[in-house]
Design a protein around this ligand. Structure first.
Ligand code: PLP
Length: 405
């Protein structure tokens, strides 16, 4: 999202169209994919794998269609998938959730986030968001009617192994208007994995201000260098005020299936289910059946996934460093945020356009992750959810950057 460009709406359109829609632009990330296609560039922008999804999951989807699971599922999700979500959550977090009253299956985590926000936000409510942030959270706040309050994640300095936030700054962002804080761990775009002691700071503020925590855990299985995922639901006092957002998309390499879910206390789930029902009715029924099988994959699937992504992370770190980028090494998720100040471009958008059109590699301008575009003007995000031949081609093309002068 680029709020700066969002004001460019003609006067007549301004009166006929939604004021909310006028406040944001189309997704910069998705636009970069279209530019990559138009220029035949290697696409290291949008976070979708270019390798195959697991064979057994694809077979389960085909089988579900053959078995004629082709009509609407229960609006809040097929029972088989909700049971599998509850079982996996209990296995991982040692917490029992009730699949009948605490889960809503949605069209991807994108819809799960939107339905959750629409279920809890009233006019005048504020939502705290760590910045840089996954660009959807800006429009999500506007569409649900919340005012976002941004709190900066600072890049690692000497002695830090990860991005950090200032506890006082976070505390100042909370007020009696705060309805929720949005957390994304492991984090897109920084790769930060929030530690228990950081979650406890957030927990204390949520309890003090009666706020919800919405935690987007879509990259929960992509962890490196000993990073550990702590789900906020496991913290004392957070069971009743946490909404967990997750999806099949990243863990099972099926971003196009559009199956995600929200886990929330029963009262909150009732509201999420109502919003969800009238927004989309339900996620694709046969793919929900395949999801039930996916969530029961053995532990070895997740450890293999993490080690494959570690190898890809290290490969892309090497390529980018070799091309002259200063990289922030991620401890989770599948992105590398870079500092581009070495290259002498006026801003990230100019550099991203040069990379796509002249070098043939697409990345996402850093400004799309900030409320004020100037804050990300010397950053660029690359994804490493790609196969080796993609890396090899990107490496060849990026070598041209070095010789540029
Ligand atoms: N949340 C985060 C943090 C993401 O990075 C993405 C996609 O890149 C999504 C949500 C979208 O997930 P889904 O495809 O399940 O809607």
């Amino acid at each position: 999202m680029n709020p700066a460009a969002a004001g460019q709406v003609s006067a007549s359109a301004e009166t006929r169209l939604s004021h909310k829609a006028a406040q944001f632009t189309e997704s910069v990330i998705r636009e970069m994919t279209r530019l990559a296609l138009a220029h035949n560039a290697v696409n290291l922008s949008q976070g979708f794998p270019d390798f195959a999804a697991p064979e057994e999951i694809k077979a389960a989807a085909r089988e579900a269609i053959t078995r004629d699971i082709n009509q609407y599922a229960i609006t809040w999700g097929a029972k088989s998938l909700r049971n599998a979500i509850a079982e996996k959550f209990a296995r991982q977090n040692k917490i029992q959730i009730d699949p009948e009253r605490e889960i809503t299956v949605c069209c991807g985590s994108t819809e799960a986030m939107m339905s959750s926000m629409m279920a809890i936000i009233n006019p005048g409510d504020e939502v705290v968001v760590f910045e840089p942030f996954y660009e959807n959270y800006g429009p999500d706040a506007i569409l649900s009617g919340a005012s976002p309050k941004f709190v900066r994640l600072h890049p690692p300095r000497a002695g830090d192994s990860d991005w950090t936030f200032d506890a006082d700054e976070l505390s100042c962002a909370f007020s009696d208007k705060t309805k929720a804080i949005i957390l994304n761990t492991p984090n897109n775009p920084t790769g930060k994995v929030f530690e228990r002691r950081e979650l406890e700071i957030i927990r204390d503020l949520c309890l003090r201000h009666g706020a919800f925590l919405i935690t987007d855990e879509i990259y929960e299985h992509m962890l490196y260098d000993g990073a550990r995922q702590v789900c906020a639901v496991s913290l004392d006092g957070m069971r009743e005020r946490t909404i967990v957002i997750n999806a099949l998309s990243k863990t099972y390499s099926v971003t196009g299936w559009r199956v995600g879910w929200a886990i929330a206390p029963p009262e909150v789930t009732s509201a999420i289910r109502k919003v969800h029902d009238f927004l989309t009715v339900g996620a694709a029924a046969p793919l929900q059946e395949a999801g039930a099988l996916a969530l029961r994959m053995p532990d070895s699937y997740y450890s293999q996934l993490a080690s494959d992504y570690l190898r890809r992370r290290n490969r892309l770190l090497g390529i980018l460093a070799g091309a002259g980028f200063k990289c922030f090494k991620p401890r989770g998720a599948y992105y590398i945020m870079t500092d581009i100040s070495n290259f002498g471009f006026a801003n990230d958008v100019e550099f991203a356009r040069y990379l796509v059109t002249e070098i043939g590699v697409a990345a996402v301008p850093g400004s799309s992750f900030y409320n004020n575009p100037a804050d990300g003007a010397q950053q660029l995000r690359f994804t490493f959810c790609k196969k080796e031949s993609t890396f090899a081609e990107a490496e060849k093309r990026l070598a041209k950057l070095r010789s540029r002068g």
